[in-house]
Design a binder for this molecule. Structure first.
Ligand code: ADP
Length: 449
């Protein structure tokens, strides 16, 4: 087992990883930017190294400086968390070449899945079907032919960018050239690569994803499904497990296909296969080769620690979990520092803070009173995760937790979350990825009428 792990991340996820390491008696090394010098992850780690200026490109995204920090402190492994360098195959390669274990899949797996077009092509032979679409076009004309063949509306998507960037819904052929230009520009800006592809735009899907863990000995474990349909601007804000109202036989078949695919592709580590589910069909959209923000809901219902398993697998051991039993229902709400009306980030100093607690309430956050919520980083500042016997009990528990939460000094989406979980369509399992757009549009119409 490793002796010292460097955590190449910040915020709640750095803290989450540090805690798991300490439970495994592994020393931790935090890295931090100037803006984060007083951060909780720095205080909780055994060692801490400043890696540069506040802008991510000058610190958390600077692979060479992070590798140098690992050399300086004599770490034997690097955990990338999520975001930043977590899905950067070159970074994973640099870690291994410099003698550090990268706690994540092999660089080849990261490259294969990091390009959504190659991920789709890699999984198709195993019967894992994507949304009908195409990446085989080279001029406006053939793009128009592809879109015609798919049938409008279509969605132009970036092959490499995440977070909904580079996506454009197109409802007719005449909108296509302009939408294509915009999508390519946005994709290039987000990830220096303008490759896009086109898919049928599904009008009422659920986002269903499968958590997987595979070791180097060919053992593949699927830790059930999460429903992440509650999204705003293609970004998840409420997630839950298990995903209810899905046909058992279809799930069983898909589990078999996923297991076969991951074994054949020699996938090692944690990962998530994301699907859209509509009209009784699962359509694969992408695979994330890292720890997912919403991993705690799976941990709660299976009583497992996915981060410890990642460390276990990276250090060359077999999976320590066999056939875990599922129990109860878990929901996660992402608290985001944002102006609820304008939907833009709301950085500032936390002047008052009260975090909820009690049975079945888990807080993943590095917030403290007096903290400056920096404009440099992702505005998600806290995850509230609840676990209860039934979904109804979990919703009730989340309602209490959200109403006990007090954050002053900045604006957050707390009220919006309370509003959503009280809606009858949410309670009655009628949510789709478009529910929030419809709901917020309706709310706006009421305000402006
Ligand atoms: P990203 O990597 O940017 O998160 P994804 O491919 O994972 O992109 O998709 C993010 C979200 O965008 C999905 O959860 C879904 O809400 C929406 N989406 C993606 N593809 C489609 C599609 N073909 N039809 C409708 N919505 C889609």
């Amino acid at each position: 087992m490793f002796k010292r792990i460097l955590v190449a991340n910040r915020g709640e996820i750095a803290l989450r990883i540090i805690r798991a390491c300490h439970e495994l008696n592994i020393e931790t090394v935090a890295v931090y930017s100037i803006a984060d010098r007083d951060a909780e992850h720095v205080r909780c780690a055994d060692h801490a190294i400043c890696i540069g200026e506040s802008a991510p490109s000058k610190s958390y995204l600077n692979a060479s400086v992070i590798i140098s920090a690992a050399e300086l402190v004599g770490a034997d492994a690097i955990h990338p968390g999520y975001g930043f360098l977590a899905e950067n195959a070159l970074f994973a390669e640099m870690c291994e070449a410099s003698g550090f274990h990268f706690i994540g899949p092999k660089p080849e797996s990261i490259s294969l899945m990091g390009d959504k077009i190659s991920a789709i092509k890699a999984l198709k032979p195993f019967g894992i079907e994507p949304v009908p679409g195409s990446s085989d076009f080279d001029s406006d004309k053939s793009l128009a032919q592809c879109a015609d063949a798919i049938g409008y509306p279509v969605l132009i998507k970036s092959a490499f960018a995440g977070g909904g960037r580079g996506m454009r819904i197109v409802t007719s052929a005449k909108e296509l050239p302009q939408a294509m230009k915009e999508a390519e520009l946005e994709a290039e800006h987000a990830c220096q690569n303008r490759t896009v592809y086109v898919e049928k735009y599904l009008e009422s899907p659920r986002h269903i994803e499968f958590q997987v863990l595979s070791d180097a000995f060919g053992n593949v474990l699927i830790l059930g499904e999460r429903d992440c349909s509650i999204q705003r601007r293609y970004q998840k804000i409420i997630e839950e497990a298990p995903a209810l109202n899905l046909p058992d036989d279809q799930l069983k078949t898909l589990h078999g296909k996923i297991t076969k695919a991951l074994q054949s592709l020699s996938y090692i580590g944690a990962g998530t296969l994301e699907f859209l589910y509509q009209d009784g069909h699962f359509y694969f959209i992408e695979m994330n080769t890292r720890l997912q923000v919403e991993h705690p809901v799976t941990e709660e219902i299976f009583d497992v620690d996915i981060v410890k398993e990642q460390i276990n697998i990276a250090s060359g051991h077999t999976l320590s979990i066999i056939n875990p039993k599922q129990n109860g229902h878990a929901i996660e709400c992402r608290i985001v520092a944002e102006d609820p009306v304008k939907g833009i980030p709301s950085p500032g100093v936390i002047t008052q803070l009260r975090l909820p607690g009690g049975p079945g309430v888990r807080i993943e956050s590095d917030l403290y009173q007096g903290q400056m919520v920096s404009p440099y980083y992702d505005p998600m500042i806290c995850k509230i995760v609840v676990h209860a016997k039934t979904r109804d009990d979990a919703i009730k528990r989340m309602q209490c937790a959200l109403s006990h939460l007090l954050i002053e000094g900045i604006s957050t989406n707390r009220e919006a979350l309370i509003d959503i979980i009280q809606q009858s369509w949410y309670k009655n399992l009628k949510s789709t990825t478009h529910s929030l757009n419809l709901h917020f549009k309706a709310a706006k119409d009421v305000i402006s009428s």
